[in-house]
Write a new protein. Structure first.
Length: 182
């Protein structure tokens, strides 16, 4: 057996394996999904009927999955829930009616995470009108905090795409080199 031919055969087989593996890497690694994130703060709920109302609008083009994680002011998790909001639709959450937790009173925040772009905002709560009852009324007014447009998280990596492309370029270069040598 000719040693030069044997070396070229092995080099060609290694090159084919490198090209095949790089194509598999590029084709089978999908980009991680974009995640949108926004925090609404402060939100509150109390037994006197003064509670936060916030609205989430799915501005995406497809139905979205939304995770709502509620926390106390001291960053203690209180509750989590998931919602689906159709494309172009909105969901109103009134904590006096549908809070996913039993804490009363509650003051904290909610982190909303979704797979579609969205806009969320706390609705201004009207100041309760004084009543003639002798019971004490709340003297503090709820806060309104407008929030910016959610931004996609920036932690998605393209490392595997770069590695796959580099292997492909190197393998093609090696094939061209072998073919020119003959």
């Amino acid at each position: 057996m000719n040693p030069e031919r044997y070396l070229n055969k092995n080099t060609l087989m290694i090159t084919i394996l490198l090209v095949t593996s790089s194509i598999l890497i590029i084709n089978n690694v999908s980009a991680p999904p974009v995640v949108y994130n926004e925090t609404l703060s402060p939100i509150y709920r109390n037994f006197s009927g003064v509670s936060s109302v916030f609205v989430i609008n799915n501005t995406g083009t497809i139905n979205g999955n939304f995770a709502l994680n509620h926390y106390l002011e001291n960053d203690t998790p209180v509750a989590s829930e998931t919602k689906q909001i159709n494309a172009g639709q909105s969901l109103t959450i009134d904590l006096s009616q549908s809070a996913p937790f039993a804490n009363d009173p509650f003051t904290g925040y909610v982190i909303i995470t979704a797979d579609q772009p969205f806009v969320a905002e706390i609705q201004p709560t009207p100041t309760p009108t004084p009543t003639a009852s002798p019971s004490p009324t709340s003297t503090s007014s709820p806060f309104y905090s407008p929030t910016p447009e959610p931004q996609p998280l920036e932690d998605q990596s393209l490392t595997l795409y770069v590695v796959g492309a580099a292997i492909t370029v190197a393998a093609i270069g090696l094939i061209v080199f072998i073919l020119k040598k003959k």
